[in-house]
Ligand binder design. Structure first.
Ligand SMILES: [Fe+2]
Ligand SMILES: [Fe+2]
Length: 301
């Protein structure tokens, strides 16, 4: 069976390097924690939507997802309490959203399983999509904990680490849960085994493209988003590819340009000197890859 892992940002810069920079600046760390809070809160809403779409079909899956919502709600509550105690913002994070882009890249018809949609395909797609985002969560929480172990042991950093250490084992449990369900679905028929492999490849490609949208607003981002879109299309049957590309291409290019402009404004307001020295060169690819990635992590997290 295919085992897939989240890819590094632009294939060269991993979660550990990014989080090592994030923990050095409390304001950037708070923004990052608020992004986690937002994702956990959003997962409750999306998983609730899934129970409604299943509409009684597969009672075992509905029971498991209901428990899953309880876990994600608890994570959102722990992160909200933490941010509240830190005096940090609890607003909707600015800039392009990973979770929104992930959902937009799904070629999902929003239909009701059992009527227009084959239930097995719906379950396999849904479980594979949940599984890749849970893996990304585990990667980030463990990298964040690792970075905090090596950071200054302030009261704030200790409290953040304690919260992330409570969440991580449960996220790892969600990955194992998804793996078990996918393996179980693959055993039901050779056709489903094939569907599981296809879904893993497809949702890994979609997840990576969505992740880069939240991180990559430097010059050339349009070309890279186009490449990721083609990679997603390559996981689909030949006859579905042109329609998928035509649906998503027209919005991708203007959006990336707008994101670059609004993030430049945020960075300038925050620190005009850093904007000129670090942010501006990173926008126009003037620095070496390591320096560039540092300024991006500082400006966009
Ligand atoms: Fe969670
Ligand atoms: Fe989770």
């Amino acid at each position: 069976m295919t085992v897939t892992y989240p890819r590094k940002f632009r294939d060269q810069f991993g979660a550990r390097e990014i989080l090592d920079i994030v923990v050095r600046d409390q304001e950037i760390q708070n923004i990052t924690l608020n992004r986690y809070r937002y994702s956990e809160q959003r997962a409750c809403k999306d998983l609730t939507g899934l129970i409604e779409r299943l509409n009684g079909q597969n009672r075992e899956l509905i029971r498991d997802i209901s428990r899953h919502i309880h876990d994600e709600a608890r994570h959102a509550q722990w992160l909200t309490d933490l941010l509240y105690d830190l005096g940090a913002d609890l607003d909707t994070p600015p800039g392009p959203s990973y979770i929104d882009e992930f959902e937009r890249l799904l070629d999902d018809d929003g239909g009701t399983p059992g009527k227009d949609l084959d239930l097995d395909t719906f379950m396999i797609d849904t479980l594979a999509a949940i599984n890749v985002t849970e893996k990304r969560g585990c990667l980030y929480f463990s990298a964040h904990i690792h970075a905090l172990k090596h950071a200054e042991q302030t009261e704030e950093n200790l409290a953040i680490r304690e919260t992330l250490e409570k969440i991580l084992p449960e996220e790892a449990g969600h990955v194992r849960w998804g793996n078990r369900w996918l393996a179980q679905m693959a055993r039901t028929s050779p056709k489903n085994a094939e569907r599981v492999e296809e879904a893993k490849r497809k949702y890994t490609a979609i997840e990576h493209a969505a992740f880069e949208v939240g991180m990559d607003v430097t010059l050339g981002a349009e070309v890279r988003r186009l490449q990721r879109l083609v990679e997603i299309a390559d996981t689909m049957p030949l006859w579905d590819r042109p329609g998928y590309l035509l649906e998503h291409l027209p919005r991708i290019l203007p959006e990336t340009q707008a994101a670059r402009f609004s993030l430049a404004q945020v960075a300038f307001k925050r620190d005009p000197a850093m904007f000129v020295q670090k942010f501006l060169p990173s926008l126009f690819n003037l620095t070496q890859p390591k320096d560039q990635a540092k300024s991006e992590a500082a400006a966009f997290n």
